[in-house]
Design a protein around this ligand. Structure first.
Ligand SMILES: Nc1nc2c(c(=O)[nH]1)N[C@H]1C(S)=C(S)[C@@H](COP(=O)(O)OP(=O)(O)OC[C@H]3O[C@@H](n4cnc5c(N)ncnc54)[C@H](O)[C@@H]3O)O[C@H]1N2
Ligand code: MOO
Length: 406
């Protein structure tokens, strides 16, 4: 008899796996987009390093703000250093990005003055320090600007460029081998020869999911329900990948051989087989030669939900990143009774309005765990923990945002 453990227990077991092999590589910054930075980035200077003008205008001493005619003594274009100094009753024409001239503390925008001969008349006053970017306004020397574990995106690239950093050390992404098992499933383009055959979606759904969440993929395609073929496939995958994901063949049928191969042929250490969740109760996790094998159920919705719940956190772990599943609170629009003593993940629609997520089940189909179309459009998963109560319309519930996952 299979020992079904709780969802929390299963997640704890995976969280506690020790990943010894975290390797890094150096990449040019724009080649590092989507990768995880391996070391903190610390500012080696103040930005700006000197008080800098934030507008086009006239640098003055604030004490002159009420003076009727302030003499214009020089021009100060961006990219050059003006030698002259602002003294009482004088100003220097200064442009956006120019350093503030010596002696000045305030910038009067061009729009706020009238020019009479070589003098300016302030027609609209500004407060002290107006339009001056102070030293360190953007960042200060020794400030940690990008923490290790951050996924590199456009803002990080900009900050790295401003620090004159062209290469960074990033964590090497894990490699995942994917295979779908089943004698009834066909790959894309494969000719159907009898009515019981269906098209395999799992191997490609999972490739998309893992690839867009930062894994390298070895697509092993489809394998029939045959012990030798599954054994060969898993042995090959173990040589090449950090994580091996299969779908199908883990429940109680006569042809569910994946579990037998993992346990009896590979003699892998089984971490758990069977979790009190819906969908995905037959999920199997094992370790062999330091590689993690997760055997997911065959149903398309089950395998996709379980891949999100179990494999994405593993990818985050291998990437040593600060990523996590996007679980947020939402208001539910209907009563939702608890149907079983399991942790249940139900597809719903989510929208964000008036500062709050709201979920409903409009158009969602009820039936088996085969219904992947429930994950189209603006989907989320309602999470009902095994020890939770019946939900009432208007309650605040936990949901997992699927569109944030890519
Ligand atoms: N007597 C019992 N029968 C079943 C139980 C049970 O506890 N007792 N559990 C059910 C549950 S829950 C699930 S989930 C499935 C899991 O079974 P397997 O993991 O062994 O998966 P298969 O039997 O191979 O396939 C299930 C279903 O999914 C379709 N499938 C398979 N591969 C793909 C693919 N690559 N792409 C799309 N669809 C796929 C397959 O045709 C089957 O319809 O077992 C229940 N049965
Ligand atoms: O494991 Mo099944 O996915 O509960 O339908």
């Amino acid at each position: 008899m299979r020992n079904f453990i709780s969802y929390d227990e299963s997640i704890n077991i995976l969280n506690n796996i020790n990943i010894s092999k975290i390797t890094t590589e150096k990449l040019f910054i724009t080649n590092a987009i989507g990768k995880v930075i391996a070391k903190d980035i610390i500012a080696n200077h103040n930005s700006p390093e000197f008080p800098t003008s934030a507008m086009d205008g006239y640098a003055i001493k604030f004490e002159d703000i009420k003076n009727e005619d302030i003499k214009l003594i020089a021009k100060n274009p961006a990219g050059s250093i003006v030698e002259s100094e602002v003294i009482t009753n004088t100003c220097i024409k200064t442009f956006t990005g120019s350093l503030m001239p010596k002696g000045s503390d305030t910038l009067i925008p061009i729009e706020n003055v009238e020019i009479v001969n070589d003098k300016i008349k302030i027609i609209k006053a500004v407060p002290f320090g107006f339009a001056v970017r102070n030293i360190g306004e953007n960042y200060k020397k020794n400030e940690i600007l990008i923490k290790k574990g951050t996924v590199i995106g456009f803002a990080e690239i900009g900050v790295l460029a401003s620090l004159n950093i062209s290469q960074i050390e990033v964590v090497c992404n894990p490699t995942i081998a994917i295979a779908s098992t089943g004698s009834e499933i066909l790959d894309l383009g494969e000719v159907q020869t009898n009515d019981s055959q269906i098209r395999s979606s799992n191997h490609l759904t999972l490739e998309a999911l893992f690839k867009s969440n930062g894994a390298n993929i070895i697509q092993m395609g489809i394998v029939k329900d045959d012990i030798n073929s599954i054994t060969n496939l898993l042995e090959t995958a173990l040589l090449k990948a950090d994580i091996i994901i299969t779908t199908g063949g883990v429940s109680v049928g006569d042809y569910d051989f994946v579990q037998d191969v993992i346990k009896d042929k590979l003699k892998a250490e089984v971490l758990f087989h069977g979790v009190n969740i819906k969908p995905g109760m037959h999920l199997l996790a094992a370790i062999k030669d330091g590689k993690i094998i997760i055997a997911l159920p065959g149903f398309a919705y089950s395998s996709t939900v379980c891949a999100i719940l179990y494999v994405l956190p593993l990818i985050f772990k291998f990437r040593n990143s600060n990523e996590s599943l996007p679980i947020v609170k939402a208001v539910i629009n209907q009563d939702f009774p608890k149907k079983m003593d399991k942790t249940i993940f139900t597809a719903c629609n989510v929208e964000y309005k008036e500062g709050q997520y709201h979920i409903n089940f409009d158009g969602k189909k009820e039936g088996t765990s085969a219904i992947l179309t429930n994950m189209l459009e603006s989907p989320a998963l309602l999470i009902q923990k095994d020890d939770s109560q019946n939900i009432k319309a208007g309650d605040l519930v936990d949901i997992l945002l699927l569109n944030n996952i890519k």
